[in-house]
Ligand binder design. Structure first.
Ligand SMILES: Cc1cc2nc3c(=O)[nH]c(=O)nc-3n(C[C@H](O)[C@H](O)[C@H](O)COP(=O)(O)O)c2cc1C
Length: 311
């Protein structure tokens, strides 16, 4: 039942992706972001090809047009616009009918970022210098906290942490997730009853965040793990951002138990192709509270070095 429920979501996601111009699906956003990302990669290769992107350039411009009408001031639209502009400058437009068709549509599309002169284009790498020891100490100072002060967690602080976490890498830059933050006490009670790993500290939790993956970003079953991988990377950054803002957190496993998913879906008003990945308890740690030792594995416990069969 549990497995079937998840597979159904993956398939419903594919369906929604294919109906990408219907409300509710993130298919067209996914097409726009992924293909803009592919064009950017094409622009930075050491030997840039004279013609590239012909297989997806029209789909990209079509998705871009749709997104402009849907949310014209989204900064990802500007990014796509600037990359497309650069792309059309760098290829011979008449050399391929797909490029020509895409260019014609691009020219007809309204654009709302006229005054913003900064171009969102590939740029030279600037390395930031931060000592390993400092970073190690920061990471080692983070612990899961299961005992929180009564102090409410402000939404503005959560937004700051989210801004930082959104810098995390994501497959083709799609970021196929959203988050739901709850600090209303009645809602907290209702939601925390669904989480299994917090029996010992349920009453301590002052706010919760649910990380919700969205399968409508993907046209292929093979990409089904990306919601988990990307959400995981995002969560780690988010937790470190919370630390830097004086907050603590504890990830809370979401047991995917079919029936429980259904209840959660109703409470959080999720779409049929959305899947809860994880929850996080967030709050100000109680003064003097204890944290677990949780001894980690050593590097040699997990590392195998150049140990591959070559035929
Ligand atoms: C995916 C995931 C799920 C977790 N679920 C729970 C949970 O349900 N309840 C809980 O108390 N801790 C949970 N944890 C926290 C781990 O127990 C904790 O990270 C681990 O013991 C290491 O301790 P530390 O984070 O304090 O260093 C979870 C952590 C992760 C990454």
């Amino acid at each position: 039942m549990e497995f079937v429920y998840e597979s159904k979501k993956v398939l419903l996601g594919q369906l929604a992706f294919n109906q990408k111009y219907l409300n509710g699906s993130n298919g067209s956003l996914s097409v726009m972001i992924r293909n803009t990302h592919r064009l950017e990669k094409g622009l930075i290769v050491s030997k840039r090809k004279k013609i590239f992107g012909v297989d997806y350039i029209f789909d990209l411009v079509e998705a871009y047009c749709y997104q402009i009408l849907k949310c014209p001031h989204n900064l990802q639209i500007k990014w796509t616009h600037d990359v497309l502009e650069e792309y059309f400058k760098s290829v011979q437009i008449e050399s391929h009918e797909n490029i020509q068709k895409a260019y014609d549509l691009f020219l007809k599309t309204p654009y709302f970022f006229g005054k913003n002169k900064t171009k969102f284009l590939p740029k030279p790498l600037e390395k930031f210098s931060l000592s390993y020891d400092l970073l190690l100490s920061f990471f080692q100072s983070r612990h899961c906290v299961r005992s929180y002060q009564k102090k409410k967690v402000p939404l503005s602080t959560i937004k700051k942490a989210l801004k930082l976490a959104l810098t995390s890498p994501s497959g083709c830059n799609r970021q196929p997730f959203r988050v739901i933050f709850i600090n209303n006490s009645k809602m907290l009670k209702s939601m925390s009853s669904l989480l299994m790993g917090m029996e010992t500290f349920r009453d301590e939790v002052r706010s919760l965040m649910f990380i919700i993956g969205d399968f409508s970003y993907f046209s292929q079953v093979r990409d089904r793990h990306l919601i988990y991988v990307d959400s995981g990377m995002f969560c780690m950054s988010f937790m470190m951002a919370l630390e830097s803002l004086g907050l603590s957190s504890c990830p809370l496993h979401w047991p995917s138990l079919g029936e429980r998913d259904m209840v959660l879906e109703g409470k959080l008003k999720l779409k049929p192709f959305e899947q809860c990945v994880l929850a996080l308890a967030i709050g100000y740690a109680k003064k003097g509270c204890y944290v677990l030792h949780s001894q980690r594995k050593q590097v040699d416990d997990i590392l195998r070095y150049n140990d591959v069969c070559i035929d």
